[in-house]
Ligand binder design. Structure first.
Ligand code: ARG
Length: 284
């Protein structure tokens, strides 16, 4: 079997210098930028090791000076079955990433990893796999909207991939991307944080995910960015695991591989945000 291919972005240009979500803390970063940069490098290396130990092959792309949040390539694009559609960022601070990710992904067209590359229409904000998560069990995309991505991106996703897309409206600025509060697992369970969703979105989740497959994260799990996880086969890679989420996943037979990602949590991102699965396939 082919090993999972995951794109990550080198953290050399990572910092926390602006605030576009409630977790971001430039003052704390500024108190000692050199120490935070060192810690970010160590965290990145630890995440890389954990993903490789879980069976992935990593593609490390260089970052770009002045685009600190490029270390979160989950927001770069939505990828499925060799087709990729590049994001349109809602915040001016990240819009420069669109061209940078487009250039990075073009290489994979040449390599044959991707067969098609498009971009959302201008003004149609959609922040990549952070807000469009493929669920192989149910054969559909769950699409977050209402904070960064717009509802108008849903028909674009449907058109481009020709797949079912289930919109999930996000209720709070804390959980501004779907990947911060929603994570389908390989066994068909869905790990999610209910208070992040509007009543309508919760009703949709309940309709499509039977009670036995609902794993509800606690407030502590969600604040520790443990829902923002990468599931590779039976291993779930995440930021330092709160006891509740660890027990819940272990009871279902998953192995939790947790990594100290505190420098990136200072920017409001965790393990899933820091990855883009290049070989995401509809059947798995
Ligand atoms: N500071 C980044 C932002 O606010 C963090 C992005 C995290 N990415 C994610 N997919 N949740 O955009």
């Amino acid at each position: 079997m082919q090993k999972p291919a995951i794109l990550v972005v080198d953290p050399a240009h990572f910092n926390v210098s602006y605030v576009i979500n409630p977790w971001m803390n430039p003052a704390e970063w500024q108190a000692d930028p050199a120490a935070h940069q060192r810690e970010a490098r160590a965290s990145f290396d630890a995440l890389r090791t954990a993903l490789e130990a879980a069976g992935a092959v990593l593609h490390v792309v260089p970052g770009v000076a002045g685009l600190p949040d490029m270390v979160f390539p989950a927001n770069a694009a939505v990828v499925l079955d060799g087709r990729a559609i590049v994001a349109r960022f809602a915040c001016a601070e990240r819009q420069g990433e669109e061209a940078a990710y487009m250039a990075a992904l073009k290489q994979y067209l040449d390599d044959g990893v991707l067969q098609e590359l498009a971009i959302f229409p201008e003004g149609c904000f959609q922040e990549g796999a952070g807000d469009a998560i493929w669920d192989a069990t149910r054969q559909l995309f769950w699409a977050g909207h209402g904070q960064r991505s717009v509802a108008a991106a849903i028909p674009e996703l449907e058109r481009f991939f020709g797949r079912r897309v289930v919109p999930l409206e996000l209720a709070t600025p804390q959980f501004y991307h779907l990947d911060t509060c929603f994570c389908p697992l390989s066994g068909g369970e869905v790990l999610f944080y209910p208070p992040a969703f509007t009543p309508g979105a919760l009703a949709r989740i309940h309709e499509l995910v039977p009670p036995a497959q609902r794993l509800e994260a606690s407030a502590e799990d969600a604040a520790a960015f443990c829902v923002n996880a990468v599931c590779l086969n039976r291993t779930v890679v995440m930021a330092r695991a709160a006891p509740h989420v660890r027990a819940m996943l272990t009871a279902r037979g998953y192995t939790v591989a947790d990594v100290d990602l505190s420098p990136f949590i200072l920017s409001g991102g965790g393990a899933y945000c820091m990855t883009l699965r290049l070989d995401r396939a509809s059947h798995e």
